[in-house]
Design a protein around this ligand. Sequence first.
Ligand SMILES: Cc1cc2nc3c(=O)[nH]c(=O)nc-3n(C[C@H](O)[C@H](O)[C@H](O)COP(=O)(O)O)c2cc1C
Ligand code: SF4
Length: 435
Amino acid sequence: MGSYEPVLLKNRGVEGSCTLKVHRAGGGYAGAEKALKLSSDEVIEEVKKANLRGRGGAGFPAGVKWSFLPKDREKTILCVNGDESEPPTFSNRVLMESDPHMLIEGIIIAAYATRSQVAYVYLRVEFHEQFHILQLAIDEAYAAGLLGKDVLGSGFDLDVYVHRGAGAYVCGEETGLIESLEGKRGWPRIKPPFPAVEGAFGLPTVVNNVETLANLPHIMTRGADWFQSIGAGSSTGPKLFCLSGPVNRPGCFEGAMDMTCEELIYGDDYGRGMVDDVGVKAVFPGGISMGVLTGDELGMKMDFDDPRNFGLLGLGTAAAVVVDVETDMRDVLLNVSRFYSHESCGQCTQCREGTSWMYRIASRIAMGAGRIEDLDLLEQVSGRMGMMPGYSICGLPDGAAFPIRGLVQKFRTEYEEHMGRQRDGRAEAVLRVLN
Ligand SMILES: Cc1cc2nc3c(=O)[nH]c(=O)nc-3n(C[C@H](O)[C@H](O)[C@H](O)COP(=O)(O)O)c2cc1C
Ligand code: SF4
């Protein structure tokens, strides 16, 4: 991968990469050993100095989040978010199946820093193979004294359990995850109280993403300055990027956050361009929830800050899906709106009704029966249902609003051109989906 030396994916493709033997041969668990010799506060300080920003979507600094835990707490719970339901995101999956011990080592470091003696890895139900890979690695770690009582002879105890979800996007939201973990319907909670104060089983809880935790062993062994030297500004450290759509080389890649979306699609180390050199019409660069870029906006940096300059919500999961010039944007609008309408948990009226009405309007447009005023209506509805206007419990409707508003605003001319034009066989197809 050019001058970039893979860190998180260094063992991908190596024979036996899931085993303790291979992980240890590459210096594995040295980060945990180092952390366990420090105090919890010293580990937190190093992670703060590195400015490790959460990789789960919001980019919140991990060390700062850990500092919100009450000082006088007796118990803490660590939840590892492996729900990974954001389309088209699969970097957590790649990490867990190529190097599960890297995640376990990260869990040990985070648990020690936050004084958690129990960690739950919440996995989306579709990760059958990854569940078995991870469980085998956990069993191996227990047998080697890396988990359980007296981890690595440090006096610190830690138990790790894998909990499998039942398949809902909203269970990736941290309080939906906690409810589901407690055996209830995965309905996000009203905050406050925030999980740091009252989370799983009523205890102070930290929720971190799989990739966030996988960075910890490297921060401990190589130091915060090394971490800061990769990337630029406040977007530093190794990062995984997913790429899908009609590109020559779809996949999960590791790099620094100073690359542009164009480099991700066309770079030799990444996507290697479009199939048959077809043009790019649109890209959803951060999972679909962050919003959409036009083919003329590929200069956007894949970092935590630049997406906002392009009307996006943020970097999100850094999973880009490319749409080519042949694609009818009515189908894109339909697919995106269907996802959120299906995944809204229904607790909040604005989210439940808003996502469902956006889907109906998008269906009408996709059938060729749309009206010009439908575009304004979509913009209005999308502006009135999220956390940002203060109408919802969780961020799902914000994640629905950004791509839909972005599609309408950035591709309005195309939608207008199609208005009133019936599509052959399309009405039946859309009606089948709706029914
Ligand atoms: C609807 C919704 C779905 C989410 N899904 C995920 C997910 O699958 N994985 C994830 O790590 N974070 C997800 N998040 C973000 C989490 O709430 C939380 O911010 C994250 O797990 C924190 O980890 P981090 O600080 O390490 O990034 C989701 C948020 C929302 C609103
Ligand atoms: S905003 Fe939507 S998904 Fe989130 S709790 Fe409310 S209804 Fe459920």
